[in-house]
Write a protein that binds this ligand. Structure first.
Ligand SMILES: *Cc1c(COP(=O)(O)O)cnc(C)c1O
Length: 469
Protein backbone atom coordinates (compact mmCIF):
# COMPACT_ATOMS: atom_id res chain seq x y z
CA UNK A 1 0.00 0.00 0.00
CA UNK A 2 1.24 3.48 -0.78
CA UNK A 3 1.19 6.15 1.83
CA UNK A 4 2.32 9.67 1.26
CA UNK A 5 4.53 11.14 3.91
CA UNK A 6 7.62 13.31 4.12
CA UNK A 7 8.36 16.93 4.78
CA UNK A 8 6.24 19.76 3.44
CA UNK A 9 6.28 20.05 -0.33
CA UNK A 10 8.24 16.86 -0.95
CA UNK A 11 5.83 13.93 -0.69
CA UNK A 12 7.66 10.64 -0.67
CA UNK A 13 6.03 7.47 -1.88
CA UNK A 14 6.49 4.63 0.58
CA UNK A 15 5.50 1.12 -0.49
CA UNK A 16 5.55 -2.00 1.53
CA UNK A 17 6.31 -5.44 0.14
CA UNK A 18 5.74 -8.94 1.37
CA UNK A 19 8.05 -9.65 4.36
CA UNK A 20 9.42 -12.82 2.75
CA UNK A 21 11.15 -13.97 -0.41
CA UNK A 22 10.27 -17.00 -2.50
CA UNK A 23 12.36 -20.17 -2.45
CA UNK A 24 10.04 -22.58 -4.25
CA UNK A 25 7.18 -22.02 -6.68
CA UNK A 26 4.06 -23.95 -7.62
CA UNK A 27 3.00 -23.55 -11.26
CA UNK A 28 -0.53 -22.42 -12.09
CA UNK A 29 -2.67 -23.61 -14.99
CA UNK A 30 -4.39 -21.01 -17.14
CA UNK A 31 -7.68 -22.31 -18.60
CA UNK A 32 -9.82 -21.19 -21.53
CA UNK A 33 -13.41 -19.98 -21.22
CA UNK A 34 -14.64 -23.20 -22.87
CA UNK A 35 -12.75 -25.31 -20.33
CA UNK A 36 -14.15 -23.28 -17.46
CA UNK A 37 -17.71 -23.59 -18.76
CA UNK A 38 -17.39 -27.37 -18.86
CA UNK A 39 -15.74 -27.53 -15.43
CA UNK A 40 -18.42 -25.35 -13.81
CA UNK A 41 -21.26 -27.43 -15.25
CA UNK A 42 -19.58 -30.61 -14.07
CA UNK A 43 -19.26 -29.05 -10.60
CA UNK A 44 -22.98 -28.28 -10.37
CA UNK A 45 -22.22 -24.51 -10.24
CA UNK A 46 -20.76 -25.04 -6.78
CA UNK A 47 -17.18 -23.77 -6.48
CA UNK A 48 -16.55 -26.33 -3.72
CA UNK A 49 -16.96 -29.07 -6.33
CA UNK A 50 -14.44 -27.67 -8.83
CA UNK A 51 -11.15 -29.48 -9.24
CA UNK A 52 -8.31 -27.40 -7.91
CA UNK A 53 -6.44 -28.09 -11.18
CA UNK A 54 -9.09 -26.10 -13.05
CA UNK A 55 -8.63 -23.03 -10.81
CA UNK A 56 -6.24 -20.16 -11.57
CA UNK A 57 -6.34 -18.05 -8.39
CA UNK A 58 -7.90 -19.96 -5.52
CA UNK A 59 -9.67 -17.70 -3.04
CA UNK A 60 -12.11 -20.34 -1.83
CA UNK A 61 -10.77 -20.24 1.68
CA UNK A 62 -7.85 -19.24 3.86
CA UNK A 63 -8.22 -22.56 5.66
CA UNK A 64 -5.22 -24.85 5.38
CA UNK A 65 -4.12 -23.05 2.22
CA UNK A 66 -1.23 -21.21 3.86
CA UNK A 67 2.37 -21.26 2.62
CA UNK A 68 4.67 -22.54 5.34
CA UNK A 69 8.08 -20.96 5.94
CA UNK A 70 11.45 -22.70 5.64
CA UNK A 71 11.51 -22.77 9.44
CA UNK A 72 8.20 -24.64 9.52
CA UNK A 73 9.27 -27.06 6.78
CA UNK A 74 12.47 -27.71 8.73
CA UNK A 75 10.25 -28.42 11.72
CA UNK A 76 8.55 -31.21 9.78
CA UNK A 77 11.85 -33.07 9.71
CA UNK A 78 12.01 -32.83 13.48
CA UNK A 79 8.70 -34.64 13.87
CA UNK A 80 8.80 -37.07 16.77
CA UNK A 81 6.31 -39.71 15.69
CA UNK A 82 6.18 -41.53 19.00
CA UNK A 83 2.62 -42.65 19.78
CA UNK A 84 2.68 -41.00 23.18
CA UNK A 85 4.43 -37.96 24.60
CA UNK A 86 5.91 -36.65 21.36
CA UNK A 87 8.37 -33.81 21.90
CA UNK A 88 6.42 -31.75 19.39
CA UNK A 89 3.37 -31.89 21.66
CA UNK A 90 5.41 -30.28 24.43
CA UNK A 91 6.75 -27.63 22.06
CA UNK A 92 3.19 -26.82 21.02
CA UNK A 93 2.03 -26.76 24.64
CA UNK A 94 4.84 -24.30 25.48
CA UNK A 95 3.84 -21.92 22.70
CA UNK A 96 0.10 -22.15 23.41
CA UNK A 97 0.83 -21.24 27.05
CA UNK A 98 3.25 -18.49 26.09
CA UNK A 99 1.14 -16.80 23.37
CA UNK A 100 -2.46 -17.62 24.34
CA UNK A 101 -1.96 -18.03 28.06
CA UNK A 102 -4.24 -21.05 28.63
CA UNK A 103 -3.13 -23.77 31.01
CA UNK A 104 -4.07 -27.03 29.32
CA UNK A 105 -3.83 -28.13 25.70
CA UNK A 106 -5.67 -30.84 23.77
CA UNK A 107 -4.54 -31.03 20.14
CA UNK A 108 -7.18 -31.89 17.53
CA UNK A 109 -6.99 -32.62 13.83
CA UNK A 110 -8.58 -29.22 13.08
CA UNK A 111 -10.92 -26.66 14.60
CA UNK A 112 -14.14 -28.67 14.41
CA UNK A 113 -12.52 -31.49 16.37
CA UNK A 114 -12.12 -29.04 19.26
CA UNK A 115 -15.66 -27.71 18.77
CA UNK A 116 -17.06 -31.22 18.91
CA UNK A 117 -15.29 -32.00 22.18
CA UNK A 118 -16.10 -28.78 24.02
CA UNK A 119 -19.75 -28.93 22.86
CA UNK A 120 -20.14 -32.52 24.08
CA UNK A 121 -18.59 -31.67 27.46
CA UNK A 122 -20.33 -28.41 28.29
CA UNK A 123 -23.71 -28.46 26.50
CA UNK A 124 -26.73 -30.37 27.83
CA UNK A 125 -29.90 -30.93 25.78
CA UNK A 126 -32.10 -27.83 26.06
CA UNK A 127 -29.18 -25.45 26.69
CA UNK A 128 -28.60 -22.18 24.86
CA UNK A 129 -25.25 -21.02 23.54
CA UNK A 130 -24.99 -17.32 22.74
CA UNK A 131 -22.38 -16.33 20.18
CA UNK A 132 -21.33 -13.34 18.07
CA UNK A 133 -22.84 -14.63 14.83
CA UNK A 134 -22.97 -18.29 13.96
CA UNK A 135 -20.17 -20.20 12.29
CA UNK A 136 -21.20 -23.27 10.30
CA UNK A 137 -19.32 -26.03 12.13
CA UNK A 138 -19.49 -24.31 15.52
CA UNK A 139 -23.27 -24.05 15.47
CA UNK A 140 -23.73 -27.55 14.11
CA UNK A 141 -21.69 -29.07 16.95
CA UNK A 142 -23.68 -27.06 19.47
CA UNK A 143 -26.91 -28.35 17.94
CA UNK A 144 -25.70 -31.94 17.76
CA UNK A 145 -25.00 -31.71 21.50
CA UNK A 146 -28.63 -30.65 22.05
CA UNK A 147 -28.06 -26.91 22.37
CA UNK A 148 -29.53 -23.96 20.50
CA UNK A 149 -27.34 -21.19 19.16
CA UNK A 150 -28.49 -17.63 19.91
CA UNK A 151 -26.98 -14.75 17.93
CA UNK A 152 -25.84 -11.93 20.21
CA UNK A 153 -23.66 -9.95 17.80
CA UNK A 154 -24.27 -6.20 17.55
CA UNK A 155 -26.81 -5.09 14.93
CA UNK A 156 -24.10 -3.25 12.97
CA UNK A 157 -22.63 -6.61 11.94
CA UNK A 158 -25.68 -7.35 9.81
CA UNK A 159 -25.33 -4.09 7.91
CA UNK A 160 -22.80 -4.37 5.07
CA UNK A 161 -22.23 -0.60 4.99
CA UNK A 162 -21.87 0.22 8.65
CA UNK A 163 -18.35 1.56 9.24
CA UNK A 164 -18.06 0.63 12.92
CA UNK A 165 -14.41 -0.50 13.36
CA UNK A 166 -15.46 -3.36 15.70
CA UNK A 167 -18.46 -4.90 14.02
CA UNK A 168 -17.70 -8.24 15.65
CA UNK A 169 -18.66 -6.93 19.09
CA UNK A 170 -21.13 -8.77 21.28
CA UNK A 171 -24.29 -6.80 22.11
CA UNK A 172 -24.43 -7.09 25.91
CA UNK A 173 -28.13 -6.20 25.95
CA UNK A 174 -28.89 -9.27 23.84
CA UNK A 175 -26.94 -11.45 26.28
CA UNK A 176 -28.78 -9.94 29.24
CA UNK A 177 -32.11 -10.51 27.48
CA UNK A 178 -31.24 -14.16 26.91
CA UNK A 179 -30.21 -14.63 30.54
CA UNK A 180 -33.48 -13.02 31.66
CA UNK A 181 -35.46 -15.28 29.35
CA UNK A 182 -33.90 -18.72 29.89
CA UNK A 183 -31.81 -18.26 33.04
CA UNK A 184 -28.04 -18.46 33.41
CA UNK A 185 -28.20 -22.16 34.34
CA UNK A 186 -29.25 -23.00 30.79
CA UNK A 187 -26.28 -21.13 29.32
CA UNK A 188 -23.13 -23.26 29.70
CA UNK A 189 -20.92 -20.73 27.96
CA UNK A 190 -20.83 -17.76 25.67
CA UNK A 191 -18.87 -18.33 22.52
CA UNK A 192 -16.95 -15.31 21.25
CA UNK A 193 -15.30 -15.46 17.85
CA UNK A 194 -12.33 -13.18 17.17
CA UNK A 195 -12.51 -12.13 14.33
CA UNK A 196 -16.05 -12.94 13.13
CA UNK A 197 -15.70 -14.93 9.93
CA UNK A 198 -19.34 -14.79 8.82
CA UNK A 199 -19.61 -11.04 9.42
CA UNK A 200 -16.73 -10.42 7.03
CA UNK A 201 -13.70 -10.97 9.25
CA UNK A 202 -14.77 -8.17 11.60
CA UNK A 203 -12.89 -7.76 14.88
CA UNK A 204 -14.03 -7.55 18.49
CA UNK A 205 -12.62 -4.73 20.63
CA UNK A 206 -10.71 -5.34 23.85
CA UNK A 207 -13.24 -3.20 25.68
CA UNK A 208 -16.04 -5.48 24.50
CA UNK A 209 -14.15 -8.63 25.49
CA UNK A 210 -13.63 -7.14 28.95
CA UNK A 211 -17.31 -6.25 29.28
CA UNK A 212 -18.46 -9.67 28.05
CA UNK A 213 -16.21 -11.28 30.63
CA UNK A 214 -17.56 -9.10 33.45
CA UNK A 215 -21.19 -9.78 32.54
CA UNK A 216 -20.67 -13.55 32.20
CA UNK A 217 -18.71 -13.72 35.42
CA UNK A 218 -21.57 -12.05 37.27
CA UNK A 219 -23.89 -14.85 36.12
CA UNK A 220 -21.43 -17.74 36.40
CA UNK A 221 -21.27 -18.29 32.63
CA UNK A 222 -18.04 -19.40 30.97
CA UNK A 223 -16.55 -17.59 27.99
CA UNK A 224 -15.05 -19.81 25.29
CA UNK A 225 -13.20 -18.03 22.54
CA UNK A 226 -13.11 -19.13 18.93
CA UNK A 227 -9.49 -18.04 18.55
CA UNK A 228 -9.18 -19.11 14.93
CA UNK A 229 -8.18 -15.61 13.78
CA UNK A 230 -7.25 -14.10 17.15
CA UNK A 231 -3.91 -12.87 15.76
CA UNK A 232 -5.72 -10.87 13.10
CA UNK A 233 -8.10 -9.54 15.75
CA UNK A 234 -5.10 -8.49 17.84
CA UNK A 235 -3.72 -6.58 14.86
CA UNK A 236 -7.00 -4.67 14.46
CA UNK A 237 -7.02 -3.81 18.17
CA UNK A 238 -3.50 -2.43 17.84
CA UNK A 239 -4.40 -0.35 14.78
CA UNK A 240 -7.95 0.73 15.65
CA UNK A 241 -8.49 0.76 19.42
CA UNK A 242 -7.38 3.63 21.59
CA UNK A 243 -4.60 2.74 24.00
CA UNK A 244 -3.13 -0.22 22.12
CA UNK A 245 -0.91 1.39 19.47
CA UNK A 246 2.22 0.81 21.53
CA UNK A 247 1.38 -2.72 22.67
CA UNK A 248 2.86 -5.70 20.86
CA UNK A 249 0.70 -8.34 19.17
CA UNK A 250 1.64 -10.98 21.80
CA UNK A 251 0.73 -8.57 24.62
CA UNK A 252 -2.65 -7.86 23.05
CA UNK A 253 -3.32 -11.53 22.35
CA UNK A 254 -2.59 -12.51 25.95
CA UNK A 255 -4.93 -9.86 27.26
CA UNK A 256 -7.70 -10.94 24.85
CA UNK A 257 -7.43 -14.56 25.97
CA UNK A 258 -7.33 -13.58 29.63
CA UNK A 259 -11.02 -12.65 29.31
CA UNK A 260 -11.99 -16.23 28.48
CA UNK A 261 -11.82 -19.69 30.06
CA UNK A 262 -10.51 -21.48 27.02
CA UNK A 263 -10.57 -21.56 23.25
CA UNK A 264 -11.18 -23.68 20.22
CA UNK A 265 -8.65 -23.16 17.48
CA UNK A 266 -8.34 -23.95 13.81
CA UNK A 267 -4.60 -23.77 13.17
CA UNK A 268 -5.40 -23.90 9.47
CA UNK A 269 -6.14 -20.16 9.59
CA UNK A 270 -3.93 -17.93 11.76
CA UNK A 271 -1.22 -20.48 12.41
CA UNK A 272 0.18 -20.84 8.88
CA UNK A 273 -0.18 -24.60 8.56
CA UNK A 274 -2.16 -26.90 6.28
CA UNK A 275 -3.74 -29.00 9.02
CA UNK A 276 -4.11 -28.79 12.79
CA UNK A 277 -6.10 -27.32 15.62
CA UNK A 278 -6.52 -27.46 19.37
CA UNK A 279 -8.70 -26.97 22.38
CA UNK A 280 -7.10 -25.02 25.22
CA UNK A 281 -8.72 -24.60 28.61
CA UNK A 282 -7.96 -23.35 32.11
CA UNK A 283 -10.22 -25.65 34.14
CA UNK A 284 -8.68 -28.95 35.13
CA UNK A 285 -12.02 -30.82 35.21
CA UNK A 286 -12.95 -29.77 31.69
CA UNK A 287 -9.46 -30.65 30.52
CA UNK A 288 -9.73 -34.11 32.04
CA UNK A 289 -12.99 -34.78 30.22
CA UNK A 290 -11.57 -33.41 27.00
CA UNK A 291 -8.60 -35.76 27.31
CA UNK A 292 -11.04 -38.64 27.71
CA UNK A 293 -13.12 -37.67 24.69
CA UNK A 294 -10.22 -36.87 22.40
CA UNK A 295 -9.04 -40.45 22.67
CA UNK A 296 -12.40 -41.62 21.35
CA UNK A 297 -12.77 -39.20 18.47
CA UNK A 298 -9.34 -37.88 17.46
CA UNK A 299 -6.40 -39.79 18.92
CA UNK A 300 -4.30 -39.91 22.05
CA UNK A 301 -4.29 -36.67 24.07
CA UNK A 302 -0.71 -35.90 23.08
CA UNK A 303 -1.40 -35.93 19.35
CA UNK A 304 -5.17 -35.57 18.82
CA UNK A 305 -5.23 -36.74 15.21
CA UNK A 306 -2.05 -34.95 14.19
CA UNK A 307 1.36 -36.28 13.26
CA UNK A 308 4.19 -35.05 15.47
CA UNK A 309 5.52 -33.05 12.53
CA UNK A 310 2.15 -31.29 12.12
CA UNK A 311 2.26 -30.18 15.75
CA UNK A 312 5.80 -28.88 15.25
CA UNK A 313 4.80 -26.86 12.17
CA UNK A 314 1.83 -25.40 14.07
CA UNK A 315 3.96 -24.58 17.09
CA UNK A 316 6.43 -22.69 14.89
CA UNK A 317 3.49 -21.10 13.05
CA UNK A 318 2.30 -19.51 16.31
CA UNK A 319 5.55 -17.57 16.56
CA UNK A 320 5.42 -16.38 12.94
CA UNK A 321 1.71 -15.53 13.08
CA UNK A 322 2.25 -13.20 16.03
CA UNK A 323 4.75 -11.14 14.03
CA UNK A 324 3.51 -7.63 13.33
CA UNK A 325 5.06 -7.34 9.84
CA UNK A 326 3.42 -10.58 8.79
CA UNK A 327 0.00 -9.38 9.93
CA UNK A 328 0.42 -5.99 8.36
CA UNK A 329 1.29 -7.54 4.99
CA UNK A 330 -1.46 -10.11 5.22
CA UNK A 331 -4.21 -7.68 6.10
CA UNK A 332 -2.61 -5.04 3.84
CA UNK A 333 -3.15 -7.32 0.87
CA UNK A 334 -6.88 -7.53 1.62
CA UNK A 335 -7.03 -3.75 2.04
CA UNK A 336 -5.23 -3.25 -1.28
CA UNK A 337 -7.89 -5.24 -3.14
CA UNK A 338 -10.60 -3.34 -1.25
CA UNK A 339 -9.16 -0.02 -2.41
CA UNK A 340 -9.06 -1.24 -6.01
CA UNK A 341 -12.68 -2.40 -5.95
CA UNK A 342 -13.90 0.72 -4.18
CA UNK A 343 -12.53 2.87 -7.02
CA UNK A 344 -14.92 1.06 -9.39
CA UNK A 345 -17.86 1.28 -6.94
CA UNK A 346 -18.11 -2.50 -6.61
CA UNK A 347 -20.31 -3.19 -3.53
CA UNK A 348 -18.58 -5.07 -0.70
CA UNK A 349 -18.69 -5.23 3.07
CA UNK A 350 -17.04 -2.33 4.86
CA UNK A 351 -14.76 -1.96 6.65
CA UNK A 352 -12.57 -4.56 4.92
CA UNK A 353 -12.06 -7.52 7.24
CA UNK A 354 -8.95 -9.45 8.14
CA UNK A 355 -9.00 -12.45 5.86
CA UNK A 356 -11.31 -11.67 3.00
CA UNK A 357 -13.26 -9.27 0.84
CA UNK A 358 -16.97 -10.03 0.96
CA UNK A 359 -18.79 -8.90 -2.17
CA UNK A 360 -22.34 -7.77 -1.43
CA UNK A 361 -24.33 -10.02 -3.77
CA UNK A 362 -27.67 -8.40 -2.89
CA UNK A 363 -26.40 -5.06 -4.17
CA UNK A 364 -24.36 -6.60 -6.96
CA UNK A 365 -27.36 -8.53 -8.35
CA UNK A 366 -30.46 -6.63 -7.19
CA UNK A 367 -32.51 -8.31 -9.93
CA UNK A 368 -32.22 -11.73 -8.19
CA UNK A 369 -34.38 -12.94 -5.28
CA UNK A 370 -32.56 -14.52 -2.33
CA UNK A 371 -34.15 -17.88 -3.20
CA UNK A 372 -32.37 -17.66 -6.57
CA UNK A 373 -29.06 -17.87 -4.68
CA UNK A 374 -27.46 -14.60 -5.83
CA UNK A 375 -24.14 -15.15 -4.06
CA UNK A 376 -23.84 -18.68 -5.43
CA UNK A 377 -24.54 -17.33 -8.92
CA UNK A 378 -21.98 -14.54 -8.53
CA UNK A 379 -19.26 -16.95 -7.39
CA UNK A 380 -19.98 -19.14 -10.42
CA UNK A 381 -19.79 -16.13 -12.76
CA UNK A 382 -16.45 -14.96 -11.36
CA UNK A 383 -15.01 -18.41 -12.00
CA UNK A 384 -16.28 -18.33 -15.60
CA UNK A 385 -14.79 -14.89 -16.16
CA UNK A 386 -11.27 -15.56 -14.99
CA UNK A 387 -10.77 -18.90 -13.26
CA UNK A 388 -10.85 -17.24 -9.83
CA UNK A 389 -12.53 -19.38 -7.21
CA UNK A 390 -14.59 -17.71 -4.47
CA UNK A 391 -17.18 -19.01 -2.00
CA UNK A 392 -20.84 -18.37 -1.27
CA UNK A 393 -21.62 -17.01 2.19
CA UNK A 394 -25.35 -16.40 2.08
CA UNK A 395 -28.54 -18.39 2.04
CA UNK A 396 -26.89 -21.63 0.94
CA UNK A 397 -24.33 -21.51 3.76
CA UNK A 398 -26.98 -20.50 6.29
CA UNK A 399 -28.82 -23.82 5.81
CA UNK A 400 -32.28 -24.64 7.08
CA UNK A 401 -34.09 -24.08 10.35
CA UNK A 402 -34.37 -27.56 11.87
CA UNK A 403 -37.83 -26.79 13.31
CA UNK A 404 -39.59 -25.22 10.33
CA UNK A 405 -37.57 -26.83 7.54
CA UNK A 406 -37.42 -23.50 5.72
CA UNK A 407 -34.17 -21.80 4.68
CA UNK A 408 -32.56 -19.41 7.11
CA UNK A 409 -32.62 -16.02 5.34
CA UNK A 410 -29.44 -14.23 6.42
CA UNK A 411 -29.40 -10.45 6.06
CA UNK A 412 -26.02 -10.71 4.39
CA UNK A 413 -25.80 -12.45 1.03
CA UNK A 414 -22.09 -12.47 0.29
CA UNK A 415 -19.38 -13.87 -1.93
CA UNK A 416 -16.16 -14.35 -0.05
CA UNK A 417 -12.81 -13.74 -1.70
CA UNK A 418 -10.52 -15.27 0.88
CA UNK A 419 -6.79 -14.70 0.91
CA UNK A 420 -4.49 -17.63 1.67
CA UNK A 421 -1.58 -16.44 3.77
CA UNK A 422 1.73 -15.80 1.96
CA UNK A 423 0.53 -17.54 -1.24
CA UNK A 424 -0.33 -14.87 -3.82
CA UNK A 425 1.51 -11.70 -4.82
CA UNK A 426 0.25 -8.20 -5.34
CA UNK A 427 0.16 -8.90 -9.12
CA UNK A 428 -2.40 -11.66 -8.47
CA UNK A 429 -4.35 -9.06 -6.51
CA UNK A 430 -4.37 -6.79 -9.58
CA UNK A 431 -5.75 -9.60 -11.74
CA UNK A 432 -8.42 -10.20 -9.12
CA UNK A 433 -9.44 -6.53 -9.00
CA UNK A 434 -9.70 -6.37 -12.81
CA UNK A 435 -11.76 -9.58 -13.00
CA UNK A 436 -14.30 -8.54 -10.37
CA UNK A 437 -14.72 -5.18 -12.07
CA UNK A 438 -15.35 -6.93 -15.39
CA UNK A 439 -18.05 -9.14 -13.82
CA UNK A 440 -19.58 -6.05 -12.23
CA UNK A 441 -19.79 -4.31 -15.63
CA UNK A 442 -21.72 -7.30 -16.99
CA UNK A 443 -23.82 -7.89 -13.88
CA UNK A 444 -27.20 -7.38 -15.53
CA UNK A 445 -26.69 -10.53 -17.60
CA UNK A 446 -26.13 -12.81 -14.59
CA UNK A 447 -28.97 -15.28 -13.98
CA UNK A 448 -30.07 -16.99 -10.77
CA UNK A 449 -29.76 -20.69 -9.91
CA UNK A 450 -32.00 -23.59 -8.89
CA UNK A 451 -30.76 -26.04 -6.27
CA UNK A 452 -31.07 -29.55 -7.69
CA UNK A 453 -29.33 -31.52 -4.94
CA UNK A 454 -29.25 -30.65 -1.25
CA UNK A 455 -27.25 -32.61 1.35
CA UNK A 456 -28.56 -32.88 4.88
CA UNK A 457 -25.66 -31.26 6.76
CA UNK A 458 -23.55 -28.23 5.82
CA UNK A 459 -25.21 -28.21 2.43
CA UNK A 460 -22.99 -25.53 0.89
CA UNK A 461 -20.13 -28.01 0.58
CA UNK A 462 -21.88 -30.42 -1.78
CA UNK A 463 -25.11 -28.85 -3.06
CA UNK A 464 -25.59 -28.81 -6.85
CA UNK A 465 -27.25 -26.12 -8.95
CA UNK A 466 -28.49 -25.35 -12.44
CA UNK A 467 -28.89 -21.95 -14.09
CA UNK A 468 -32.48 -20.71 -14.27
CA UNK A 469 -33.35 -20.46 -17.95
C1 LIG B 1 -12.55 -22.59 9.99
C2 LIG B 1 -13.22 -22.17 11.21
C3 LIG B 1 -13.65 -23.10 12.16
C4 LIG B 1 -13.54 -24.60 11.97
O1 LIG B 1 -12.22 -25.00 11.85
P1 LIG B 1 -11.76 -26.22 10.90
O2 LIG B 1 -10.30 -26.26 11.08
O3 LIG B 1 -12.18 -25.86 9.50
O4 LIG B 1 -12.44 -27.45 11.38
C5 LIG B 1 -14.24 -22.60 13.31
N1 LIG B 1 -14.42 -21.28 13.50
C6 LIG B 1 -14.04 -20.37 12.59
C7 LIG B 1 -14.26 -18.93 12.87
C8 LIG B 1 -13.43 -20.78 11.42
O5 LIG B 1 -13.08 -19.86 10.51
Amino acid sequence: MNTSSGTAGTPTKRSWAEPFKIKMVELLKVTTLEERKAALKEAGYNTFLLKSDDVYIDLLTDSGTNAMSDVQWAGLMLGDEAYAGSRNYYNLEDNVRKFYGYKYLVPTHQGRGAEHIISQILIKPGDFVPGNMYFTTTRLHQELAGGSFVDVICDEAHDANNLNPFKGNVDLKKVEALIAKVGAKKIPYLSVAVTVNMAGGQPVSMENLRDVRALCKKHGIRVIMDATRAMENAYFIKIREKGFADKTIPEILLEMCSYSDGCTMSGKKDLLVNIGGFLAINEWEVFEEARNLVVVYEGLHTYGGLAGRDMEAMSRGIVEAANYDHLRARIGQVEYVGEGLAKADVPFVLPVGGHAIFLDAKKFLPHLKQTQFPAQALAAELYLESGIRAMERGIVSAGRNKETGDHYYPALELVRLTFPRRVYTQAHCDVLIESVIEVYRNRNKIKGLNMIYEPKYLRFFQARFEPIV
